[in-house]
Ligand binder design. Structure first.
Ligand SMILES: Nc1nc2c(ncn2[C@@H]2O[C@H](COP(=O)(O)OP(=O)(O)OP(=O)(O)O)[C@@H](O)[C@H]2O)c(=O)[nH]1
Length: 353
């Protein structure tokens, strides 16, 4: 049987968006199948003169339709799972109180859905309260042996599904980490580069917040590989990343965007401060040899984001500055301001380290 699938994300290479797409699929399917199962019961309960229960189930079905429509046509989910959980658990508790076993059966899928719709802490709290309420109702409704069986089986279902949901959450985090970081250096890879640069551009457009970028490239890295071997080259890259991370702020982000090329995104940092940081990083890299004997230098291009530019033009300006640093003899930083000054015939302060 073919499941009703919905394209919740356009084809994307951003792992965070892919995960979000899967989450929406889960939410969609839970609401879709619950609607099919519960909608006919509105009529059944209405006919049995259980008006309050019929109203609860009608509200539940209405909420499911709303969520399905929002997800399918607008790809948004703003209800955060609470209406589903509250209506499902209240209906099954109330139905158990008036219908006995026929209501109780709905408690099990209700518990499972709760674990996937709410964050872990909220679903744990919600399920603990629900099992306690169901224990009270079954104590009053069923003989004592049945009360114990119901309470333990509901509790065990809770534990199983919570453990499963927790593991799925861990798996999701781990997959995101693996998909967004470079395994050698631990820096971010290119997968989220456009999103992160775009968010800095938006901060510039909306709130006049200034961000800067440093492109840092190791000099003559091919020679290091040729002379010391690829394994040593890998070790150098790893240590360069460590030296970079040691110097960065918590809010800064370091990407490895090519073999020996790093990109640093510095929120709330003006060009002048970014230039200083680039000089310090280049100094740190050349100051002490790697693996005790490998002398490494690096060149950098620095630029601040401008109003109205796209992330690719911003990156392009940094790239041109880096190119100039290489042309001017390497082991130095060139600022994009210098390029503009040079074009206008003004003095530049490209700084050899
Ligand atoms: N060990 C190692 N080497 C890599 C890795 N990725 C790329 N490289 C090497 O990095 C070198 C880059 O060489 P080039 O692009 O010519 O740059 P370069 O020698 O640093 O010269 P300039 O950038 O012009 O100073 C190549 O030899 C690649 O094989 C990696 O993950 N590990």
């Amino acid at each position: 049987m073919a499941f009703p699938t919905v394209a919740f994300t356009k084809a994307t290479t951003n792992p965070t968006l892919v995960i979000l797409g899967f989450r929406r699929q889960i939410i969609y399917h839970i609401h879709f199948w619950a609607l099919i199962a519960v909608a006919p019961l509105v009529l059944v309960q209405w006919r049995q003169d259980h008006t309050f229960l019929a109203v609860l189930l009608a509200l539940f079905s209405l909420n499911s339709v709303l969520v399905i429509v929002c997800l399918r046509w607008w790809r948004v989910y703003f209800l955060r799972g609470w209406p589903f959980v509250l209506l499902a658990l209240t209906s099954s508790a109330y139905s158990t109180a008036i219908n006995g076993h026929t209501g109780l059966y709905w408690a099990y899928p209700g518990i499972a859905a709760c674990c996937f719709l709410l964050p872990l802490r909220e679903s744990t709290a919600c399920n603990v309260v629900f099992v306690a309420i169901m224990a009270c109702i079954s104590f009053l409704t069923f003989p004592e042996p049945a009360f114990w069986r119901i309470t333990f089986s509901l509790g065990l279902t809770c534990v199983f599904v919570l453990v499963f949901a927790w593991l799925v959450g861990r798996l999701k985090e781990e997959l995101t980490r693996l998909a967004t970081t470079d395994p050698l250096t631990g820096c971010l890879n290119r997968s989220q580069l456009a999103d992160i640069l775009n968010s800095q551009i938006q901060m510039r457009e909306r709130y006049e917040r200034v961000s800067s970028m440093i492109l840092l490239d190791l000099d003559h890295f091919k020679r290091i590989n040729d002379r010391w071997g690829h394994v040593a080259g890998d070790q150098v890259l790893k240590e360069v990343a460590e030296r970079i991370h040691r110097r960065l702020r918590e809010s800064d982000q370091a990407f490895r965007i090519g073999g020996e090329e790093f990109m640093l995104v510095l929120p709330e940092t003006r060009q002048k401060d970014a230039e200083q940081l680039a000089q310090q990083l280049i100094g740190n890299i050349s100051a002490a040899p790697f693996l005790r004997e490998i002398q490494v230098t690096a060149s950098a291009g620095v630029t601040e984001v401008k109003r109205g530019e796209t992330w690719s033009t911003w990156l392009n300006r940094a790239d041109q500055a880096l190119y100039q640093a290489k042309l001017q003899g390497r082991n130095r930083m060139v600022s994009s301001r210098d390029l503009v000054n040079r074009r206008n015939g003004l003095p530049t302060d490209a700084t050899p380290i």
